[in-house]
Design a protein around this ligand. Structure first.
Ligand code: IYT
Ligand code: CU
Ligand code: CU
Length: 294
């Protein structure tokens, strides 16, 4: 079943072996799936291992067919189309709340070879189809914070780029963050500010791999909160002014927040390009000024 295990479209056959396992799964999400049986030689089914989720599947039936009702890899079963074109043979049944059937020792269903069973058809009756049909409950998004007027003076030890926006949307829940500067960035930190209280979303050296890292605190960002980020740069070793731009001689100050929102009112991308010019940054936690050694 989807969500349960990695999906394989091909049966798992161990060649040159009389003892093999075969994975029969729904390649899509709809009720019936078919797998051809290796028919040259008779095989014996001696065990079943249902990979079913009780939450989703109501019951599953495995049929042996000579001719499946469809040549597709899956189809919706109904009145006109059962699992097999004719003479379906039930080989196995699983239902929630029932223990899986075990065949007695030395007992096996004969398939392939001189039997009429050349295909397996798995039929699943879904109980709760919300996992398939339901709207995705939460939508992910990226909130980009960037500065635009930063000027880094040559030789000056510390220059901060501060970015600040008031959040005026439905709640979002940050779960990862990424920092980006070029060569001169020492540390980039991002916060939610609510009632004067600063909560760290993430702080990282932009000289480390610029991946998304897990958010450092589980915060909810709600209407009226502020989002604030600071990039600390150094102009040491430079002989000219550095500004924001696309080349490696220029700089950038970016703090990305990866978040989720309730899908009912989700916004997948948001930007904040307001330079932080208010008094707010007087109160930024000191950690935001402390370079991260790399
Ligand atoms: C001027 C600046 O800061 N550019 C950044 C942020 C940015 C990203 C995107 C600006 C715009 C965008 O559409 I996407 I307008 C910047 O270029 N950052 C780079 C990549 O472009 C993503 C980075 O690695 O973060
Ligand atoms: Cu059915
Ligand atoms: Cu850049």
């Amino acid at each position: 079943l989807p969500n349960e295990c990695p999906r394989t479209t091909q049966p798992v056959l161990l060649p040159n072996s009389n003892n093999f396992s075969m994975d029969i799964r729904m390649p899509g999400v709809i009720p019936t799936a078919v797998s051809p049986v290796n028919t040259k030689k008779a095989s014996y089914i001696v065990d079943f291992m249902p990979h079913a989720s009780m939450d989703t599947a109501h019951h599953m039936l495995l049929y042996g067919c000579n001719s499946p009702a469809s040549t597709d890899s899956y189809w919706e079963c109904g009145i006109e189309r059962g699992p097999c074109r004719y003479d379906p043979k039930i080989i196995y049944a699983w239902a929630r709340n029932a223990p899986p059937t075990k065949l007695p020792k030395d007992v096996g269903f004969k398939v392939g070879g001189d039997t009429t069973i050349t295909h397996f058809v798995l039929q699943i009756h879904y109980g709760d189809v919300n996992a398939f049909r339901g709207e995705q409950p939460y939508i992910a998004g990226i909130y980009l914070m960037m500065s635009k007027n930063t000027r880094i003076l040559p030789g000056k030890r510390v220059t901060n780029a501060d970015i600040e926006c008031t959040y005026r949307f439905f709640p979002m829940y940050p779960f990862a963050f990424r920092t980006h500067t070029h060569q001169l960035g020492k540390v980039v930190s991002g916060y939610r500010v609510r009632d004067g209280q600063w909560t760290l979303i993430g702080r990282q050296s932009p000289q480390l791999p610029q991946a998304f890292y897990p958010a450092q605190n589980p915060v909810k960002v709600a209407y009226g909160d502020k989002l604030a980020a600071r990039c600390v740069f150094t102009g040491e070793g430079k002989t000219s002014v550095t500004t924001i731009g696309g080349t490696s001689e220029d700089e950038m100050c970016n703090f990305y927040i990866m978040y989720y929102m309730d899908s009912k009112h989700a916004i997948p991308y948001m930007n904040c390009v307001e330079d932080g010019k208010s008094d707010l940054f007087k109160y930024i936690p000191n950690e935001a000024n402390v370079p991260i050694p790399v």
